[in-house]
Design a protein around this ligand. Structure first.
Ligand code: ASP
Length: 320
């Protein structure tokens, strides 16, 4: 595997390998000295054209814990604001000898272009492209699910687990990446969304769909192991997709009343950033079922695993 662009590129064995290595990385993060010498002398560039809190900090922490040199590039304050193209920026990074470029871009497909246009020699890691994919988010979600739900986690898949992904599926790269990866790992997924936020072509996705959150929470599609709430992505909405915020929360929000109807042990997840009070109430977000803070912590271990496997050339397969 040379790049990580999409969860669709991962076989089940590759996905499990990443989760297993993440487990080892997580163990090193409990030590007093968290830094490993593995990527000493390598350069990782964080190329962020879109805002990010968790993902950027997490990739930075992951690269630094592996002793790589990290260059943070954000479009604001760079020559991008003077109109420099992605190609010219990429050529600059090539000249600086970047071994890996972690890229976030508002345009779907931008990481793919960087990986295949020949502008850069290094490995490309997609850190979120438009409404397309966010593979490391899906990997950290799968890691969190496996750690919480599967007793002997190492080497295990997610067979028999059932996850509901709820909300603004249309604009969500997190939903896309998760549906593919969870399916690869053997889990069942039900998407719950208002009809207006259901993407075209959903019939080809490996999941079922519902417009009725109460029915899904009550077990209408089988007992749930986890509910993953999605952020309502207002910055990508150029039309009115639902009548009002209140109406959205009433039908598609996770509050204590709905949460308490979930089977015992079912998890509440959210990739962040949360719109508290819109898609999730504080009671649900801060409940003992919630893995939201854990997901952030797991993100560092998972990104360490991804960088390690890509840069040390130890991943299975060739050019995924
Ligand atoms: N942080 C995630 C992303 O970048 C989810 C979100 O923004 O809602 O896609």
């Amino acid at each position: 595997m040379r790049h990580l662009l999409s969860t669709a590129d991962l076989s089940q064995a590759e996905a499990i390998q990443i989760l297993d290595v993440a487990d080892q990385m997580a163990a090193t993060q409990k030590r007093e000295i968290k830094k490993l010498p593995t990527l000493r002398g390598r350069t990782v560039v964080n190329l962020f054209y879109e805002d990010s809190t968790r993902t950027r900090i997490s990739f930075e922490a992951a690269a630094k814990r592996l002793s790589a040199d990290v260059i943070n590039f954000s479009a604001k304050g760079s020559s991008v604001s003077k109109g420099e193209s992605l190609k010219d920026t990429a050529l600059t990074l090539k000249a600086m000898g970047a071994d890996a470029v972690v890229v976030r871009h508002s345009v779907s497909g931008a990481p793919h272009r960087l990986a295949h246009a020949g502008w850069i020699d290094g490995t490309i890691v997609n850190a979120g492209d438009g409404t397309h994919e966010h593979p490391t988010q899906a990997l950290l979600d799968a890691y969190t699910l496996r750690q919480r739900l599967v007793p002997d986690a190492i080497g295990a898949d997610l067979k028999g687990k059932r996850v509901a992904i709820v909300g603004d599926v249309l604009h969500s790269r997190v939903a896309r990446s998760n549906v593919t990866l969870l399916n690869t790992l053997g889990a069942e997924v039900v998407l719950v969304t208002p009809p207006t936020l259901l993407p075209v072509g959903i019939d080809h996705w490996p999941c079922t769909t519902s417009y009725d959150l109460d029915d899904v929470v009550n077990g209408g599609h089988g007992d749930l192991d986890a509910v993953m709430m999605l952020r309502v992505q207002r910055e990508r909405m150029h039309d009115a997709f639902f009548p009002s915020a209140r109406e959205y929360s009433r039908r598609y929000g996770l509050d204590a009343r709905r949460m308490n109807r979930l089977p015992e042990g079912a998890l509440v997840m959210h990739p962040g950033p949360m719109n508290r009070g819109l898609e999730i109430t504080a009671e649900a977000a801060d409940s003992p079922r919630s893995t939201i803070v854990e997901q952030v912590a797991n993100g560092v271990a998972v990104r360490m695993a991804v960088l390690y496997l890509l840069l040390s050339g130890q991943a299975e397969g060739k050019d995924a």
